[in-house]
Design a protein around this ligand. Structure first.
Ligand SMILES: [Zn+2]
Length: 363
């Protein structure tokens, strides 16, 4: 009898009944918490805020009324659109903003990395940036393609600290505009995709995000290139996007910020890292209260609630909005008002030029 059952099992015939009672997919498991504690679900920030990490690809024409309505509902006073591009596209975007809501949007320029290494490439890139700033750009955004996929004319990967880019970073310092830079991705994308990987679900649902030491380079190499570039340009302010991918190692980020006074950070897409270590995160926010900016990245208005709740409340064991970023629950930091104001708007007002201060509380 046992032998027959074992054979049927091997053939896959009696697996369903057995597995339903003993095994379940990780993706399927979604227990309802029985914990009863006070809940403060926030749909609006306590203070008007500046989101320094947003992407709007089609701001060049059309009405911005719908966007403003969503922003108002969150208390999002100023949105920094990092996807300004350059040249005519950027100018058209800024013109459209200025005729409708000049105080509500800031636009960052982007570099065209085609043909790095061609004669005169650096000079042209610097000239374009100067023209973009004259046209109203208030910062420069560097996407992760630098380090990942930008190659020079000979087909070689352009490193983030490539000397051919130095003049661009120096120019940003002279123009007093910040450089917001996203380098690499979460380190687990480089690690084996197995049961030990915290980002297993994200790699399963987004297979294109998997990286390796040769695709295109080890994680640490890319991060070191970024830090080296920060070090080479002490007169330029850099905003390291996504906490520089060290939100899960705040001691490391602490030593980095101590060594590099020209660097500040924003927490787009890493709020779940802070929410799982509320005590350490609060200590970090207290120490670096002048060097943390509010960033979100993907424009999904309903998701901002998670950010407000981690920053403002002392709620316990509440969920994040995407299981593939965080299968764990989170805790609020309960930041005091003076730190909240810095993170929500004061730090951005100091670092990003061109924002009308009259839209924010005076003290
Ligand atoms: Zn982004």
């Amino acid at each position: 009898m046992l032998k027959i059952a074992a054979t049927l099992y091997m053939l896959g015939i009696i697996i369903p009944a057995f597995s339903q009672s003993n095994k379940m997919d990780f993706e399927q498991y979604d227990p309802v918490s029985t914990l009863v504690v006070p809940e403060h679900k926030l749909t609006k920030a306590k203070y008007p805020f500046i989101d320094v990490h947003n992407h709007q690809w089609n701001m060049g024409n059309g009405s911005l009324d719908g966007l403003i309505k969503d922003m108002d509902s969150l208390n999002l006073q100023v949105m920094v659109n990092l996807s300004g591009g350059n040249g005519n596209r950027l100018k058209q975007m800024i013109d459209n903003v200025n005729t409708q809501y000049p105080k509500r949007f800031i636009v960052f320029a982007n570099i065209n990395f085609d043909n790095v290494g061609a004669p005169g490439w650096t000079e042209k890139a610097v000239q374009q940036l100067e023209a973009d700033v004259r046209n109203g750009a208030n910062g420069l955004k560097i996407f992760k393609n630098l380090g990942f996929s930008v190659n020079d004319v000979s087909g070689k990967r352009v490193t983030i600290d490539d000397p051919r880019l130095d003049a661009i970073w120096e120019k940003c310092g002279q123009l007093k505009i910040p450089v917001l830079i996203h380098t690499a991705d979460p380190a687990p994308f480089w690690q084996p995709m197995d049961e030990h990987n915290e980002r297993w679900l994200e790699l399963k649902t987004h297979p294109g995000r998997k990286r390796s030491d040769t695709d295109p380079a080890p994680w640490q190499t890319l991060i070191n290139e970024q830090h080296n570039m920060f070090k080479k340009h002490p007169n330029t302010t850099f905003i390291a996007a996504h906490f520089g991918w060290y939100a899960n190692d705040l001691a490391k980020l602490d030593s980095l910020l101590t060594a590099l006074p020209n660097v500040v950070v924003e927490f787009g897409a890493v709020i779940a890292e802070l929410g799982r270590q509320p005590r350490a995160a609060k200590a970090f926010f207290t120490k670096y209260q002048d060097r943390i900016l509010f960033g979100k990245d993907s424009w999904v208005p309903s998701e901002y609630a998670t950010y407000f709740r981690v920053l403002e409340t002392e709620d316990e064991y509440f969920p994040y909005h995407k299981k593939y970023h965080a299968f764990w629950r989170m805790y609020g930091m309960g930041l005091p008002d003076d730190i909240l104001k810095k993170v929500y708007y004061k730090n951005a007002l100091r670092i990003v030029p061109g924002i009308d201060k009259s839209q924010f509380p005076e003290d």
